[in-house]
Design a protein around this ligand. Structure first.
Ligand SMILES: [Fe+2]
Length: 461
C-alpha cells in the first residue's frame, strides 16, 4: 500500500508516525522555530530508511551556503542516494535536486524540485525549496512564478496553505505587485499569526512603498510572534530600516546592540549578514560605529576564503574593509579571483559578475577612492538581482554608489541618483537629505534649502 502525507502526496516509507514527525519538523522550518534538522535527526535515528526525511534534511542544510555545514549536507545527500532503489518518483526528483546542489548546480536543483512540484502540486517542500532557492539565486520572476503555477489548486482546506500565501506574497512584492502582495500576506497572517515569513513579506511591501510609520507599527504589533523565532534577526533588520529612513539613529543603534550584536562566534551567516548590512548603511551616513565593526569582522574572518556564496562574501567584505582588516580583505579577494577562474558551480557567475566587483568597490570606498568605487558600481546597478537576496537588501549597492558619487564630488551624478531614489521613495528623510547635499555641491542653494527643509520635516529631530 502506498502511503501519503497530509496533503496526499505519496511517500514510499509506509509509517504514519514517521510521516507525522517529518510534517512536524517541516512545520518548525516553515515558522522558523526550533531546530528542524535536530528534529529530523531524531526521526532518522528510529527510521534510517525514511527517504523523504533524508531529502528534507539535505534540502534544509543546502540553504545554509556555508562551509561549516557542508559535510553534514553532503552526508545527508549520500544517505538519500543510497535509498534510490526504494524511492518513488517524487522522492527521486528530490534526491536528484539535492544531488545537483551538492555538485554546485543550484539551478539544476531547482529544475528537479520543479519536476516534483509540476507532478505533485501539493508538494510543499518542493515549492518551498524552489521559492527560497530563487531568492538565493536572484531569480526574481521565478520566486513568484513557482507559486503562481500551483496557487489556483490550493485553498484553505489544504494544510500549509498559509505558507503558500506567504511565499506568493513575497514573490509578488519582489515583482512590485505591492497591493496584492500585502493582501495575501495579511490573509496568511489571518490564518496563522505566528508566521514570520508573511510578516516579512508585508514588511517588504512597507519598505518598498516608504511606509515607515506603518511599518514600525506593523512590526511592533507582530513582534511578540516573531522576536523569538529563527527569523528574528532579519526582521529586526527590517524594523531598523524604517527607523533609518526616519533618521532615528538612536533606535537603530539600540536594535543593533540588543538584537544584532550577537556574541556567539558560531552564529549562522544570515545573522551576520543583517548586522553587516545595517552597519554599512550607518557607515554611509558617517555615523561612528563605536567599535561594532571589530566584533563583527571577528565573526566573518573565519569565512574569508569560503567562496560558497557571493552574497555572503560581499557582507564579509563590508566588515573587513570597515574594520581595516587588509589581510582578510585580500584573502577574500584572492580566494574569489582564484575561484572564478577554476570553479564551475552556479555561484561562479554571481561571484564573477557581481560579488567580486562589488567587493572591490567596497574596498575602494573604504580607502577613500570614491571615483573608482563609482566606476565599478555604475555598470552593475541594473544587474544586481544576480547577487541574490531581495531588492531591500541589494539597495545597499545603489546607496553606496550615491554616497560615493557625492564624496567623489561628482554632484551631477549624485543629484540624478538622489532624485531617482527620492522619486521612488519620497517619504524617506534620508533621500531628501541626499538631494540637498547634491544641490549644495552644485551651488544651487535655493534648491538645497528646499530639499533640506523636506528632509527636516521627515527626519526625527
Ligand atoms: Fe527581507
Amino acid at each position: 500500500m502506498t502511503a501519503s502525507d497530509c496533503r496526499n502526496v505519496p511517500v514510499s516509507y509506509n509509517n504514519s508516525a514517521a510521516i507525522a514527525s517529518l510534517e512536524n519538523a517541516h512545520e518548525y522550518a516553515l515558522v522558523f522555530e526550533g531546530d528542524p534538522v535536530a528534529l529530523i535527526n531524531d526521526t532518522l535515528k528510529e527510521h534510517p530508511n525514511f527517504i523523504m526525511a533524508h531529502c528534507f534534511k539535505a534540502a534544509m542544510l543546502s540553504q545554509a551556503m556555508e562551509t561549516r555545514i557542508y559535510d553534514e549536507f553532503a552526508a545527508s545527500v549520500l544517505a538519500a542516494e543510497a535509498l534510490w532503489n526504494t524511492a518513488n518518483q517524487r522522492e527521486r526528483f528530490h534526491i536528484n535536486a539535492v544531488r545537483a546542489w551538492r555538485e554546485g548546480n543550484f539551478f539544476g536543483a531547482v529544475q528537479h524540485w520543479e519536476k516534483a512540484l509540476t507532478q505533485y502540486p501539493y508538494d510543499l517542500l518542493a515549492l518551498q525549496m524552489i521559492h527560497l532557492t530563487d531568492v538565493l539565486l536572484g531569480d526574481v520572476a521565478g520566486l513568484r512564478d513557482c507559486v503562481a503555477r500551483v496557487f489556483a489548486l490550493w485553498d484553505e482546506s489544504m494544510p500549509g496553505y498559509e505558507f503558500v500565501l506567504g511565499f506568493f506574497s513575497f514573490g509578488l512584492e519582489e515583482n512590485r505587485d505591492f497591493m496584492r502582495a500585502e493582501e495575501l500576506g495579511r490573509q496568511s497572517l489571518a490564518i496563522r499569526i505566528k508566521n514570520p515569513y508573511a510578516v516579512h513579506a508585508v514588511a517588504h511591501v512597507m519598505e518598498m512603498k516608504g511606509r515607515q510609520s506603518g511599518g514600525i507599527s506593523f512590526m511592533e504589533y507582530h513582534r511578540k510572534n516573531w522576536a523569538e523565532t529563527n527569523f528574528a534577526n532579519h526582521l529586526w533588520w527590517h524594523l531598523s530600516l524604517f527607523h533609518l529612513d526616519n533618521g532615528n539613529i538612536d533606535r537603530v543603534l539600540d536594535i543593533y546592540d540588543a538584537q544584532l550584536r550577537s556574541s556567539e562566534q558560531s552564529s549562522d551567516k544570515y545573522s551576520e549578514l543583517d548586522a553587516a548590512a545595517l552597519l554599512w548603511r550607518l557607515k554611509l551616513l558617517d555615523i561612528d560605529d563605536g567599535g561594532r565593526w571589530a566584533d563583527l569582522a571577528d565573526k566573518w574572518e573565519a569565512s574569508a576564503a569560503d567562496t560558497l556564496y557571493a552574497f555572503n562574501d560581499v557582507h564579509a567584505m563590508m566588515a573587513f574593509v570597515a574594520d581595516n582588516r587588509r589581510d582578510a580583505a585580500e584573502t577574500l579577494i584572492n580566494a574569489n579571483a582564484r575561484y572564478v577562474k577554476h570553479a564551475s558551480d552556479a555561484n561562479v557567475a554571481m561571484s564573477r559578475d557581481m560579488g567580486l566587483p562589488f567587493c572591490l568597490a567596497l574596498q575602494d570606498f573604504a580607502n577613500g577612492k570614491y571615483a573608482d568605487c563609482v566606476k565599478r558600481l555604475m555598470p552593475l546597478r541594473y544587474t544586481t538581482h544576480r547577487l541574490g537576496g531581495s531588492f531591500a537588501q541589494r539597495d545597499i549597492i545603489g546607496w553606496t554608489l550615491l554616497e560615493a558619487s557625492l564624496r567623489a564630488r561628482n554632484f551631477h551624478l549624485g543629484l540624478s541618483l538622489a532624485n531617482e531614489r527620492c522619486s521612488l521613495k519620497p517619504t524617506s528623510g534620508q533621500n531628501w537629505h541626499y538631494i540637498a547635499r547634491a544641490h549644495k555641491g552644485l551651488a544651487d542653494f535655493d534648491r538645497a534649502r528646499y530639499a533640506q527643509a523636506q528632509a527636516n520635516a521627515l527626519l526625527v529631530a
